[in-house]
Ligand binder design. Structure first.
Ligand code: SF4
Length: 347
């Protein structure tokens, strides 16, 4: 079991449910724009949001952002320990900084002392793309062992400053390397792990990479918080993370089943399934809803679903708890959405 830390009241690690994070792409100095995106992320299921701090003005903007933010916030800082201190003094709930890159033990102690005073945990974020030169030379390039070695150096610096409120990430854009690095970290330490495949790419390709990397680790019982990194609007990230958590059984929610369609398909499976997925995305009941295109394979799957629609000629057969109950005609998407709503209301 990993150690538990608290980020603005949200527990990470120590057996707490896996937490979904994302990162804004607004300018942190744009307070209104950032708050708008934080609210959008919160509605999409994000529980902790991270903002980049490229300058002191951004660090000071947290004074205004934190007081209206519905989510705990993380300041992402590289190299400048003074910006880290300013961000903490202005209300952030967690810091992402690598102590090895902030100018020596004195600066690390200043950051650690400030973090202790403000109850701010620190995430050490090892990235395969920026490993120390001697580690690369020693390992003949980027390896999981090298990533862990880099993590150990950063961890030691904080521990020497008597600080252990630490979260750790070891991200690479390669899925096998990411998985190997986290497996190693899981064996070697009990700090909570923040999972992610970095620079995964656009939604679609990037979602698949993240799902494989993060999903493989979660299925091993590794990981306390996740961020799916996707190029573009971050609002897609929490939804993808939620899908991954649901797929590995770590979050409730409707399990949607729909057939791939083929030459036998008799109803518009895709538009009915899309309507249901859209309309019931936020429902967290453990219910299986199936949409099947014909009566060849449909009834088999329908029998295993809580509520299902099987396509017939100009109609659909509605199944509840595996039994056919009535025929739907007309707008089948609307009819099925109504049936699912009634089913959920009766639970
Ligand atoms: Fe084709 Fe029917 Fe299978 Fe759908 S359920 S893929 S329509 S055979």
């Amino acid at each position: 079991m990993t150690k538990q830390i608290l980020v603005g009241g949200v527990p990470i690690g120590g057996g707490a449910p896996v937490v979904i994070q994302s990162m804004l792409n607004t300018k942190t100095t744009d307070v209104e724009g950032s708050l708008k995106q934080i609210r959008q992320l919160a509605s999409a299921g994000c529980q902790i949001a991270r903002l980049a701090v490229p300058n002191m003005e951004a660090a000071r903007s947290f004074a205004d952002i934190c007081k209206d933010s519905p989510l705990p916030l993380v300041a992402d800082i590289h190299f400048d320990y003074k910006m880290a201190i300013a961000a903490m003094e202005n209300g952030i709930h967690k810091l992402r900084i690598n102590p090895g890159n902030i100018g020596g033990a004195e600066h690390v102690r200043a950051v650690a002392d400030c973090a202790k005073r403000h109850h701010v945990p620190i995430r050490i974020g090892v990235n395969a793309g920026s490993l120390e030169k001697d580690i690369l030379a020693q390992n003949g390039g980027v390896t999981a062992e090298g990533m862990w070695e880099s993590a150990v150096r950063h961890i030691r610096m904080l521990e020497q400053a008597h600080f252990d409120d630490i979260v750790l990430s070891l991200k690479a854009s390669s899925v096998p390397l990411t998985v190997a690095a986290y497996r190693l970290a899981d064996r070697m330490c009990d700090y909570p792990l923040h999972l992610g495949v970095t620079e995964a790419g656009l939604p679609g390709h990037g979602t698949v990479k993240s799902a494989i990397g993060i999903g493989a680790l979660l299925l091993d019982g590794i990981g306390d918080t996740v961020r799916v990194s996707l190029t573009g609007d971050p609002v897609h990230e929490p939804a993808a993370a939620l899908d991954i958590l649901r797929a590995v059984g770590l979050r409730g929610g409707i399990r949607f089943v729909s057939c791939p369609t083929c030459g036998r398909t008799q109803i518009d499976v895709a538009s009915i399934a899309q309507r249901l997925a859209r309309e019931f995305a936020d429902v967290d009941r453990p219910v299986t809803v199936a949409v099947m295109g014909c009566v060849v394979n449909g009834p088999g799957e329908a029998r295993d679903a809580d509520i299902a629609l099987c396509g017939g000629k100009d109609c659909g057969a509605l199944y509840i708890a595996g039994k056919p109950v009535r025929k739907l005609t007309g707008d089948l998407a609307e009819g099925m959405a109504n049936a699912v709503r009634e089913y959920l209301n009766d639970l």
